[in-house]
Design a protein around this ligand. Sequence first.
Ligand SMILES: Nc1nc2c(ncn2[C@@H]2O[C@H](COP(=O)(O)OP(=O)(O)O)[C@@H](O)[C@H]2O)c(=O)[nH]1
Ligand SMILES: [Mg+2]
Length: 294
Amino acid sequence: MIREIHIFKEGQTLFKDIIVENKDIDTDSVMTLVASSAQNLQEWKIDSTEINRYRFVYMNSHNAQFIVTMDRQSSLQKVNEAMMSLVSRFMMVFESTLESDEWKSTDFTPFGIGFRKIVGTIPVKMCLAGHGGTGKTTLLELATLPSRGPAQEYVPTFFGDKALLKADFDPYIFSIFDLGGQDRFVQEWGKIIRSGSLVFIVTDSTEANLEWTKRIAYPVLKAELPYARAIAIANKQDLPGALSPQEVAGKLGVPAYGMQANQLDFRERWLELIRALAFEELEFKIVGEIKETE
Ligand SMILES: Nc1nc2c(ncn2[C@@H]2O[C@H](COP(=O)(O)OP(=O)(O)O)[C@@H](O)[C@H]2O)c(=O)[nH]1
Ligand SMILES: [Mg+2]
């Protein structure tokens, strides 16, 4: 997932667009450092560096430095492609501006539209991880009901299902993966979830299921997606004896949100949870930092 772009020339900011702000990091210092590395790159060569859960992808063209911040976990190849197309797009309009002194007085804000369009070409990968029967497929269907907005695609797969979610999350679109929760498939998760940005740990809010989640799912998630963001979905809150979201959160060591995936009324809440995790507007945990408690 692309979070920010900064474009510099001779130490001045030509353009910046921040979709989801970087947290716990001094972005200005990082940008100064990365921009000076970028200056030494050959024209059209792309390089990148990682700090915490972020990756900074950078390029130098016409003595301007382009720096895209992404989630460390997401696909570098896709962001490299996005970088090429955004720099090309920028140069199509501003090449001659950069070649004279004109750039010092030019307004680059119109580039924002093009930038956000390119961001929307890379689906943000989100994973529904949990044991069989906890409600992953139901959640996938709830999110992608055909009545909602433009073309949602639903693709049944062997291990689990996959859907593309495009409505109401501008500039992002999501590809949702339902990781089949049969024990023998869990070891295969790695292949499917590689480069996932968001993880929803789906539970049916029972003791036995939380135990399975910690014992079977956690090791795979921590090994494959240490920098991804996670929340837990405390599903099946309607069933008698369901543990409360607070109890689920306590046992999993991850903020948990109550859900009833088989109820249409919960659709808005579910979509809002997806949106809020993507834009970091709710409490979440980085997978690699999850501490098991009780
Ligand atoms: N009572 C109740 N049943 C649910 C809820 N969410 C899903 N289910 C049911 O649980 C069963 C398993 O759900 P499914 O989505 O296939 O689980 P998956 O194996 O994780 O994909 C289905 O019969 C669903 O209708 C819920 O919130 N409450
Ligand atoms: Mg399923």
